[in-house]
Design a protein around this ligand. Structure first.
Ligand code: UDP
Length: 235
């Protein structure tokens, strides 16, 4: 699709929330909710650029794009994935949830069934399997239209790469820690923090061990973006 901009070589779609939902309903394949931490892993470049939809999840990506002159609003991955669950239910289609710890996954499934009318969860599997073959087999058997994968990054992106080859009609979204939120185990940041794009800071304060993932990824990301903006290629 044409609506794309490049940030550090990563092609990111510029659709707003509603257009991204409409688009995702029409396609199959891989949705990546991209953030600066992902961009510090060089394996990710090919995966992202071979994905069917790449949405700017974090405030870091929004700011990075702004520095390069693109005014694009971020789309929080968790909100996008939840909306896709609702849309899929509305269309009478099926979903699968792969990832998180067993008890958390179970609670997330229970809560989603209570919250979303007519949701059809045909398969769920926690994210601590040793062998992905049986999981892939089960997915192929059940053919869910929407598959949410909460294995953390990059594990979920690698898993989706395998799975999408076997299920050409399904849509896969890597959703990170979303099941933990839906299970009620982890809270999303209060709305005011979300509004100012500071959800990452709230989560880091609540869970200081996350700091290891943000540093050095965030400062390096910032420097690379500034370099891309101010230093001509080849210098
Ligand atoms: N997770 C998993 N299998 C693994 C590693 C992680 O299912 O081998 C799950 C973990 O339980 C959590 C989710 O992946 O529910 C996302 O973890 P994290 O918070 O690290 O990811 P982020 O949201 O930052 O991408």
């Amino acid at each position: 699709m044409e609506n794309k901009v490049k940030l550090l070589g990563y092609e990111i779609n510029t659709l707003d929330f509603e257009s991204a939902v409409d688009y995702a309903k029409k396609i199959s394949g891989q949705v990546v909710t991209i953030n600066p931490e992902m961009m510090s892993n060089s394996d990710m470049l090919d995966i992202v650029n071979n994905s069917e939809l790449v949405i700017p999840d974090g405030i870091g990506v929004q700011i990075g794009l702004r520095i390069l002159g693109h005014n694009i609003k971020r789309i929080p991955g968790i909100q996008f994935a939840y909306r896709m669950l609702e849309e899929t239910a509305k269309d009478g289609k099926t979903v699968a949830l792969i990832g998180a710890q067993p008890k958390i996954l179970e609670n997330a499934v229970t809560n989603l069934k209570m919250q979303i009318n007519n949701i059809r969860i045909v398969y769920f599997e926690d994210g601590y399997f040793q062998d992905e073959a049986p999981v892939l087999r089960e997915l192929k058997l059940k053919q869910p239209r929407l598959v949410l994968c909460a294995l953390g990054s990059p594990k979920q992106e690698y898993f989706i790469q395998q799975a999408k080859k076997l299920l050409p009609d399904s849509l896969f979204i890597g959703v990170g820690g979303s099941f933990d939120v839906w299970a009620g185990t982890v809270e999303r940041a209060p709305e005011i923090w979300q509004k100012y794009g500071l959800e990452w800071l709230y989560r880091t304060i609540k869970e200081p061990k996350r700091i290891k993932r943000i540093f050095p990824a965030l400062p390096i990301f910032a420097l690379r973006v500034l370099k891309e903006r101010f230093i001509p290629k080849g210098v």
